[in-house]
Design a protein around this ligand. Structure first.
Ligand SMILES: NC(=O)c1ccc[n+]([C@@H]2O[C@H](COP(=O)([O-])OP(=O)(O)OC[C@H]3O[C@@H](n4cnc5c(N)ncnc54)[C@H](OP(=O)(O)O)[C@@H]3O)[C@@H](O)[C@H]2O)c1
Length: 325
């Protein structure tokens, strides 16, 4: 019998239980895979806590990112065979030794990228890809602000934004995190526990402020993030690690400088197979070229997923984290 982390009701990390779980056999268009490395993401916390409803109800196997090996293919699946190394980013189901998944949601992992790297980077890295290349097309000379710069998405996005030629400003909550972010593409990092980040951004930019703010912290950084934008700048709210932002009036965007605001998700940006493939390829390219380095900063056994989530929520992790089945 295969093992998985399942939850039967919303709650704290203690609701993550390590149980027997039959992955089943692949149907038409599906593949059965054995996971080799599973990525840890903040969205897993939202599914556990109930901030996001459980897709498919309970019991729920959380987890949106992993790498693995194909064990069997269902009818009508082309291009994949047992033994192929694959990776993916989806909504749930990754906290498991084995799973069945739609073949059109996975991509083959190229030589030169390890299973651990692929398992750690698909969701975070393709998020960095669409944020930088599609939500706002970052170009040389742009100035961007990214909160929680030393986090999983942050260390990837910082390197990629630097590679695109932007001036990259970040925030982080400790001296060590500030230094780590500076080693991963961020030109300036503000310790937002110690310093007002709006004043910090104004000082760094000589009052010109930023073309785009990527805000996944949410409640604690809103509405101050809007004050870091130049007129007609783009506010990208793509997460809420400190809690959701409160409802606000559209007229606030007018008052703050005719701003744009969007609330994007990876799953909409990569819903079409062609977009998923292009997004994954762009990520593989920057990693294989050396422009973006993927280091694994924390490793836990799959059965210890509760500890891993507790550390992520407790702001104890940096960069990417994997669970080993
Ligand atoms: N919309 C999308 O498509 C999409 C896709 C992927 C991820 N996301 C979002 O992107 C964000 C980053 O995801 P991640 O998995 O890479 O996580 P992460 O950045 O590694 O962890 C979250 C970070 O947020 C900061 N933070 C600020 N206030 C916090 C609080 N009250 N509690 C916990 N953390 C707090 C912490 O950094 P400091 O200690 O430095 O403040 C923490 O390390 C999450 O909000 C996630 O939901 C969105």
């Amino acid at each position: 019998m295969s093992k998985a982390i399942r939850i039967h009701a919303h709650g704290g990390p203690e609701v993550l239980t390590y149980e027997d779980s039959d992955p089943g056999q692949p149907g038409a268009g599906q593949i059965l895979i054995r996971h080799t490395a599973i990525g840890l993401n903040f969205i897993d916390v939202y599914h556990r806590s109930g901030l996001y409803p459980p897709p498919g109800g309970f019991p729920l196997i959380p987890g949106g990112e992993a790498a693995g090996v194909v064990l069997a293919v269902g009818a009508g699946v082309g291009g994949l065979q047992p033994g192929h190394r694959i990776a993916y980013a989806v909504n749930v189901g990754a906290y498991s030794e084995k799973r069945v998944i739609a073949a059109d949601r996975v991509v083959k992992v190229p030589d030169g990228i390890s299973d651990e790297q692929a398992g750690a980077m698909m969701l975070k890295g393709m998020t960095a890809e669409y944020l930088l290349r599609r939500t706002h097309k970052v170009k040389a000379g742009d100035t961007i602000l990214y909160h929680a710069a030393a986090g999983g998405v942050g260390l990837i996005l910082g390197q990629w934004a630097k590679h695109l030629g932007a001036t990259v400003i970040g925030t982080a909550s400790s001296v060590d995190k500030v230094e780590l972010a500076k080693a991963h593409g961020f030109d300036h990092v503000i310790n937002y526990k110690e310093q007002d980040f709006v004043a910090g951004v104004a000082a760094i930019t000589g009052g010109k402020k930023c073309d785009v703010v990527y805000d996944s912290v949410g409640n604690d950084t809103f509405p101050a993030s809007l004050d870091c934008l130049r007129p007609l700048g783009m506010f990208v709210s793509f997460g809420q690690s400190s809690g959701p932002i409160p409802p606000f009036s559209m007229s606030l965007l007018a008052q703050k400088g005719s701003l744009y605001a969007t609330r994007p998700t990876l799953f909409v940006y990569n819903a079409k197979r062609e977009d998923l493939v292009a997004s994954a390829q762009a990520l593989f390219d920057v990693v294989l070229s050396g422009a973006v380095e993927i280091k694994i900063n924390q490793r836990y056994a799959l059965k210890d997923a509760a500890q891993a989530q507790s550390d992520l929520e407790g702001r104890k992790t940096t960069g990417t984290t994997i669970l080993i089945p």
